[in-house]
Design a protein around this ligand. Structure first.
Ligand code: ADP
Ligand code: MG
Length: 323
């Protein structure tokens, strides 16, 4: 059975001037337990907005336009942020955020930040028992547990902070973890430590199902079973990692692979060949293909005809001409 189901999810921001920004449009996918889905796309394509929608967390100016998200059959839509925080986050869906520094309250020690998460969900449990559980969990992370738990976030290295955030996000063994660019602010060495930590937690069964979001497509090669490519708020290609990385069919996926691969470590310091042009303004209604203006294979019809997801080469592609 699918543990996570997303049906035609569309989300918008409502600006102060009453303008709607359609940041996510018609996203659908399902995930089986134990799967890792990577989501990749340029900055601004709607990844973080989607994350909020996937947690059912709607804080103005973000609103659901339509669609549904279900965790183990339970819908997360039409629920208050209070309900979501108390009954869904940490236990059912947990997010490892972008930028660990901002995710930790600077005025509290790590052990107290973590204890708050646990005690909110385990009413009546005493403090010393909570600290025991915390120590046990943090011992898995290859850090000086006592030092880390008794420190304020500012006293930790970037790597210790990010590991602490991951530890706190997964304390309650959530059914589903969503990591939103968890390594993007880190140096290469720390990135590796963090990726290894995520794999250790998966191996130890602390969580089993994960969405890993990044703007660096190559990173997903070693992480994800499946990959969804996002462009201007839409999924444009969804397939296995093998299909997306070695045999992309959508012109945007091809461009993204070209732009990224040349920037991989070991291939010298070549700058990625940026994809020319910019994504469309999501405040305007978009008639045809959203990538048409930047697509090397675009035809006149592409600017007029709405592109629907279809199956090409056993994966989903949103392009009438992909083969
Ligand atoms: N609070 C907001 N109000 C209006 N538009 C927003 C807001 N936050 C993000 N956006 C817009 O939504 C789009 C998607 O942003 P985001 O989800 O942060 O993308 P990503 O995470 O892929 O970089 C962007 O065009 C961004 O400008
Ligand atoms: Mg983001």
């Amino acid at each position: 059975m699918a543990i996570f189901e997303v049906d035609h999810l569309s989300l918008h921001y409502l600006t102060r001037f009453g303008q709607k920004i359609h940041a996510v449009t018609d996203v659908s996918f399902t995930m089986e337990k134990g799967k890792i889905l990577g989501i990749a796309g340029e900055s601004g394509c709607g990844k973080s907005t989607l994350v909020n929608g996937l947690m059912g967390l709607f804080i103005p100016p973000l609103y659901p336009t339509s669609g549904d998200v279900r965790v183990a059959g339970e819908s997360l839509m039409n629920r208050s942020p209070k309900d979501i925080r108390e009954n869904v986050l940490s236990r059912k869906v947990s997010m490892i955020p972008q930028g660990a520094f901002n995710a930790l309250n600077p005025t509290r020690k790590v052990k107290d930040i973590a204890a708050d998460v646990m005690s909110a969900h385990m009413k009546g449990i005493d403090k010393s028992h909570i600290y025991d559980r915390l120590r046990e969990r943090f011992d898995l992370f290859g850090m000086d547990t006592n030092k880390v738990l008794n420190s304020y976030p500012i006293q930790l290295t970037a790597g210790e902070r990010q590991r602490s955030v991951i530890g706190i996000s997964t304390l309650l063994n959530p059914q589903m973890v969503i990591a939103d660019e968890p390594t993007s602010a880190l140096d290469v060495t720390t990135q590796k430590v963090v990726i290894k930590l995520i794999f250790d937690l998966l191996e130890k069964g602390i969580f089993s199902t994960m969405i890993f979001i990044t703007h660096e497509l190559p990173l997903l090669r070693h992480v994800a079973h499946d990959i969804a490519i996002m462009y201007a708020g839409e999924f444009v290609e969804v397939g296995t990692t093998e299909q997306i990385v070695f045999d992309p069919r959508h012109p945007y996926t091809k461009a993204l692979m070209g732009a990224m691969l040349s920037a991989e470590p070991g291939q010298r310091q070549r700058k990625p060949t940026a994809i020319e042009g910019a994504p469309p303004n999501l405040a305007n209604a978009i008639q045809g293909c959203r990538f048409a203006d930047r697509c090397p294979a675009a035809r006149a019809e592409c600017k007029v005809n709405k592109q629907e997801i279809r199956i090409v080469g056993e994966r989903q592609v949103r392009c009438d001409y992909a083969q």
